[in-house]
Design a protein around this ligand. Structure first.
Ligand SMILES: Nc1ccn([C@H]2C[C@H](O)[C@@H](COP(=O)(O)OP(=O)(O)OP(=O)(O)O)O2)c(=O)n1
Length: 145
């Protein structure tokens, strides 16, 4: 019988605990080092990219995809998420909190007001997005060349 809960509400915390149990039960904590997990994550991102490779642009919602292709996509997306959650855990980062903080930072970096009038003009949108970074000082890397 599956040890995975089948509730509709999935949290990052739940996934973190399930991944920790998964590793613990197999004595895999020794392999789940931050560096190994990062490499595993990048490998899964590669597998995810392979699904889209050579397809050209695809429509939102993937209306023309076969069910098997969508299932494959869901599996690779999950692998990426699970390794990301596990990597964050082994680095002592609370991924949920960190992501919420980043959403707030993004809102400061890209204020709604600056983009409200330009939804019909992609040219103008590009101008603004190119200009924005000069007024944003959120980068932690402040080293000069
Ligand atoms: N040392 C490991 C190996 C696997 N997993 C978990 C996390 C991923 O969700 C999934 C990855 O498993 P595979 O390496 O078998 O990758 P795939 O499922 O993508 O299989 P394949 O590469 O054959 O398509 O299993 C893990 O936590 N730690």
């Amino acid at each position: 019988m599956s040890e995975v809960p089948d509730g509709g509400s999935v949290s990052l915390d739940m996934l973190k605990k399930l991944m920790a149990q998964f590793a613990e039960k197999r004595d895999w904590n020794q392999y789940h080092s931050p560096r190994n997990l990062l490499l595993a994550l990048v490998g899964e991102v590669g597998e995810l990219a392979e699904i889209f490779q050579w397809k050209g642009e695809v429509k939102r919602g993937l209306p023309n995809w076969k069910e098997e292709e969508k299932t494959h996509l869901s599996e690779e997306l999950s692998d990426v998420l699970l390794y990301l959650v596990r990597l964050s855990d082994t680095c002592g980062i609370d991924l949920g909190k960190a992501a919420l903080r980043k959403v707030e930072l993004n809102a400061i970096k890209y204020p709604v007001k600056s983009y409200q009038d330009v939804s019909t003009s992609s040219k103008k949108y590009k101008q603004i997005t190119l200009e924005t970074p000069t007024s944003y000082n959120g980068d932690r890397n402040t080293e000069k060349d």
